[in-house]
Design a protein around this ligand. Structure first.
Ligand SMILES: C[C@H](O)[C@H](O)[C@H]1CNC2=NC(N)=NC(=O)C2=N1
Length: 96
């Protein structure tokens, strides 16, 4: 799957307001009520990652989850990252 251009990524990000592009990856930070809610979302995201065979760089501090997505194989952002970002959005903001 091909590496997307900066212009293409920024155009796509108009539909993903939680995410920004820098350092060849897209990044988002999500805040939850508490650690339990955060880790629960991480568990659900982990299943999606396995289903998509695409995995995030992420970290968690108490109720905050920081996620960076890129495609290691190409050293940049591909459609796979946007597929995973969409799945993550669905999990963390199911009302949207
Ligand atoms: C063999 C397997 O398909 C690859 O290692 C996958 C797994 N998950 C991955 N995740 C991400 N983010 N980038 C990759 O290039 C990648 N490659």
């Amino acid at each position: 799957m091909g590496k997307l251009t900066k212009e293409n990524i920024e155009k796509k990000l108009l539909k993903y307001p939680d995410w920004e592009y820098f350092d060849d990856a897209i990044h988002a930070e999500f805040e939850f009520e508490n650690f339990k809610d955060c880790f629960s979302a991480m568990s659900r995201i982990a299943f999606e990652c396995e289903a998509l065979n695409h995995h995030p760089n992420w970290s968690n501090v108490y109720n905050v989850l920081s996620i960076s997505l890129n495609t290691h194989d190409v050293g940049g952002v591909t459609e796979k990252d946007f597929k995973l970002a969409a799945a993550i959005e669905h999990i963390v903001e199911p009302e949207e």
